[in-house]
Design a protein around this ligand. Structure first.
Ligand SMILES: [Mn+2]
Length: 301
């Protein structure tokens, strides 16, 4: 029988790849035959982490090829493999809101923590299993990525405690230095296409009947990204969503600006209590789409 595939969401990020690797290992240590895979190639940040810990990118799939699967870092069909409805979900490790239909009983481990990497760290502890050093390194990386080095408001005390423990197992001496280098590796936007900037980390949401696409890109210079505003707007228009918001996040100062194109500018402005000028909205202190962008938009729409 085919090994049970373990995978995260489309447009894989570092937490999704780290969690797939770790969940596959955790279940393998408990006697299951598993295989970590991904719904896409690693982004530049994830590639930096994989390279640092001397790991290969995960095999890329768009359809599951095992009868049973494990989902990490997502639970919504829209973010999963094309044939999700045809396979059995054995288990889920996630830290997102749930919109999941299940036909059979399953294992669900969900906590509102900063990363799925953190959840898996505690799963290993609970089962008294050893985290291989390279996987600990990837878990530390996923945790750093999702919490922006523990600065995102999604960060919990569980994340704050897990990071130094994982870093120690992985042989990371200076967490701040490693984390900044990894985050910065993901901010080299010069050779990324407009489509990649818009879609590289984009997710779809339904907001009061609107089909809303929200992308996010990390940078060390927001204005540098906005020099490509015209091209970005053209790309948003071509993508064909009713509403498109690109969150451009300054990872050094924990601030964002949003570039919006759509049919409800007043509602978007009201959601954040900010002016929308020339399609650009200031989002001071905003770094988390999940906690600081989606909820106010959902409320306003
Ligand atoms: Mn995550």
């Amino acid at each position: 029988m085919a090994k049970m595939q373990v995978f995260g969401h489309k447009n894989p990020d570092t937490d999704t790849v780290a969690s797939a690797l770790a969940a596959a290992d955790l279940l393998a240590q408990q006697g299951l035959a598993t295989e970590a895979v991904a719904q896409g190639k690693p982004n530049q940040e994830t590639a930096y982490a994989l390279d640092y810990f001397d790991l290969q990118p995960l095999p890329v799939i768009d359809r599951a090829s095992s009868d049973e699967v494990v989902l990490v870092d997502h639970n919504e069909a829209a973010q999963s493999v094309d044939n999700l409805a045809d396979v059995t979900v054995y288990g889920i490790y996630d830290h997102h809101k749930f919109s999941f239909q299940n036909a059979t009983p399953l294992y669900i481990t969900a906590k509102p923590w900063g990363s799925v990497a953190t959840i898996l760290y505690y799963e290993y502890q609970q089962q008294q299993l050893t985290i291989p050093a390279k996987i600990a390194g990837m878990l530390a990386s996923g945790l750093i990525s999702d919490t922006l080095l523990l600065k995102s408001p999604t960060t919990t005390d569980y994340d704050r405690q897990a990071l130094p423990a994982l870093a120690k197992m992985a042989g990371i001496d200076d967490i701040e230095a490693y984390g900044l280098a990894m985050l910065k590796a993901g901010t080299d936007l010069s050779n990324r296409s407009i489509e990649d900037l818009l879609e590289g980390d984009a997710k779809s949401f339904t907001m009061g009947g609107h089909e809303f696409r929200i992308g996010q890109v990390n940078t060390v210079d927001i204005d540098d990204v906005l020099t490509r505003k015209d091209e970005l707007e053209a790309g948003m228009k071509a993508a064909g969503y009713e509403d498109f918001l690109l969150i451009i996040t300054d990872i050094l100062h924990s601030n964002s600006k949003g570039l919006y194109l759509g049919d409800a500018p007043e509602t978007v402005a009201a959601a954040f209590g900010q002016q929308l000028t020339d399609g650009i909205i200031n989002l001071p202190g905003v770094v988390s789409r999940k906690k600081q962008v989606v909820p106010p938009l959902e409320k306003a729409f």
